[in-house]
Design a protein around this ligand. Structure first.
Ligand SMILES: [Zn+2]
Ligand SMILES: [Zn+2]
Length: 261
């Protein structure tokens, strides 16, 4: 058997790679660390990623809350680029995620959050104790282009995918038009609300792209097995996920619409 023929080594893992916490101003206060973990386990997810707007501060809390459970939590963030395009960036370690955040924040406008308008931005620990409130408004474009953000994530060994490309706000096609074939994002994300018909049409348009679906949950009830994607890979790790997204050695992402649930 050749190394690429080792299908017996693969298993299917269900992953939701785009979840917000109480740190995102638009995230509900119920999106605390233990609550997200409990909901993910209830929904039979194997892997989730924590992806707040322009910040990774709550990644350690959710990772900590999942300790001792079978759930794997990956650190990341949803970057809002200078063009107001959302890019989800995932990393192998919290250190890599924080390094990315530090670079992004070199060009973060010093606009303060108004919690009465935008909502609260709370950093918690793994038991949901409040550590601090983030003062800078997280939902604003950082001063890096979408090309630069993808490159910055890749420089840190990260995965970068274009978020909710079917939506009409903060989505690449809406801002810049069709995604060029050679644009170096690792995958395109379809949103929770997309219908199977719309998904099939978009799939034709982006035939040779890796497509994944995630919940972009801002409330616990937004999280769910049916809004995630199935990844064929050897183990529930960041490195395997990267290989699955790039379709290496027989790994891959299953088409997220029309599967038996
Ligand atoms: Zn978004
Ligand atoms: Zn989001």
């Amino acid at each position: 058997m050749s190394p690429t023929d080792a299908t017996g080594a693969f298993r299917l893992f269900r992953a939701d790679l785009h979840i917000h916490t109480v740190l995102s101003p638009c995230g509900e206060l119920e999106m605390g660390a233990p609550d997200i973990v409990a909901r993910a386990l209830e929904e039979r997810l194997d892997i989730i990623a924590v992806t707040d707007h322009n910040a990774a501060d709550n990644c350690p809390a959710v990772i900590g809350a999942a300790k001792g459970t079978p759930l794997v939590v990956l650190p990341g963030m949803e970057v809002q680029t200078a063009e107001d395009i959302h890019v989800v960036c995932l990393f192998g370690t919290c250190e890599d995620a924080f390094a990315m955040q530090r670079q992004l924040w070199l060009r973060m406008p010093p606009v303060k959050n108004r919690s009465d308008v935008f909502g609260e931005q709370i950093v918690v620990d793994e038991r949901n104790n409040i550590v601090r409130e983030e003062e800078i408004l997280l939902v604003q474009g950082v001063g890096y282009s979408v090309d630069e953000v993808v490159e910055m994530a890749h420089e840190r060994g990260g995965i970068a995918f274009l978020a909710h490309i079917d939506r009409h706000s903060f989505a690449y096609p809406e801002v810049l038009g069709p995604i060029p074939d050679d644009f170096p994002a690792d995958a395109l994300e379809f949103s929770r609300r997309l219908t199977a018909d719309e998904a099939a049409r978009l799939k034709e348009e982006y035939a040779h792209r890796t497509i994944l679906r995630s919940s972009d949950a801002h409330r616990l009830e937004d999280m769910g097995y049916s809004f995630a994607s199935t990844y064929r890979m050897e183990a529930p790790t960041f490195q395997e996920l990267r290989l699955a997204i790039s379709g290496e050695g027989g790994r891959g992402v299953l088409w997220p619409f029309g599967e038996a649930e």
